[in-house]
Write a protein that binds this ligand. Sequence first.
Ligand SMILES: [Cu+2]
Length: 364
Amino acid sequence: MEKRRASGLTVVDGSIARHVLAVSQAIRPGAWQVSGSHTGPPVSNGAYRLDVAKKRLMVPRVQLLAVECRSDQPKAAISREELDTMRRFVTGLSALALSMGLVLVPHAFAQAKPSLTVLSPKAGETVTSTDIPVSVQVSNFSLSVADVGLPDKDGEGHIHVMLDGMNMGVLFNFYTSPTFTLLGQGIKPGQHTLTFDLATNTHEDMEDTVTNVTINYQPATVKAAPQASASSGTPEVTVVWPPNGATVGPLFTLQVTKNNFTPSLELEGKPNLAGYGHYHVFVDMPTMDTTGGQGDMGMMSMAGMIGMPATDSIPVDLRAWPNGQHTITVEPVQNDHTPIQGAKEAMITITLQGAAIAQSSTGE
Ligand SMILES: [Cu+2]
C-alpha cells in the first residue's frame, strides 16, 4: 500500500470553503470526497485538524487517512482565483475532488433528509428463494430513472445494493423502484449482509442512508456461478445501432455486438470470472485524468453512467438530457465493475433531438 498526497481539495463547511491538504491511501483507482470542520486550536503553525466525514463513492477501497486545513480564513465562496490556484495543483486525483468540493455546497443546505427503510427482507430472515425479493421505502427522496447519470440534484437519485461489503466491487446494480429483485446466482448459502443505500444521480453513495440487513440465505435451489471461460481473446464491444453520427430521438434501443465476452446480469457484484462481465453505458463519459504521474490513481467517475446492462439490446432513455451532440460509450467491465485490461470499448457520437427539456447543447 502506498500513501499518496492530493492537494487542492476544498472542504465546504456551510458557506465557508477552506483549503485542505489531504493524505489518502488508494488501492484501486477511485474517487472520493470529504467534508468536515475544525475542531480545537491549531496543532502546529496554522495547521488545523479537521473532523472529516468521508463520503463513500462507488469506488472500492479508498481510504482517507488524514486531512489538515491549511488556512482558517473563512471564505464566502470559492473564488475564481482559488479555483485557478487549485487547478495548478491538480493531479489525477484532485481533478475529481475539485468538482466534488463544489458539489458539496448545495448538500450543506439540504432541507428534509432523505431516508431509506428496508421493509423486506427483514434482519435475520431466512430466504429460501434463489433470487431475493426486496421491498424498500424511501422518504424525502425521489427515485428517478430518467436522471440516472445526469448531474446530481438534491433529494433525487436511486438505490444501490451491495453484498457483504460497501464498495462498488460488490454492487449488485442500481434500482429506481421500491420493489426489485437481487439475483442469487453465485451467492453461497449461509449468512450474508445486504447493504442498501440511496445514491445520487452520479452514483455517489449517501453514507447516512446506509442500511445493513443480515439474512440467512438458504435457497431451495442453489445457482452456482458458471465456470470461467476458456477463451483468452481480448473482449471487445461494437455499437451496431445507431450508426456513429446519427440523429436520434430520446428513446431508442442501442444495439451492440461483442467478441470474447459473455455479459451476465446475474454475476454483477459477484467475484470476477474470466470472459464474463457486463456493460457500463455512459453518456458523455467523464475523461480519466491520468496526468501528473499518478497513473493508477486515474479518476473513475461514474458521472454519466446510465446503465449496467448485460444484454446486447439496450433500451436508452435520454428524455432528460439536453438536445444536441453526445457521446455514448459502452464499456465491457468485470463482475466487480472494474475495467478489463486491454478490452475494447465502443464509442459513438449522436445528435439528440426531441428531448423533453428542449435546450440546445452548448458543446465543450
Ligand atoms: Cu448508482
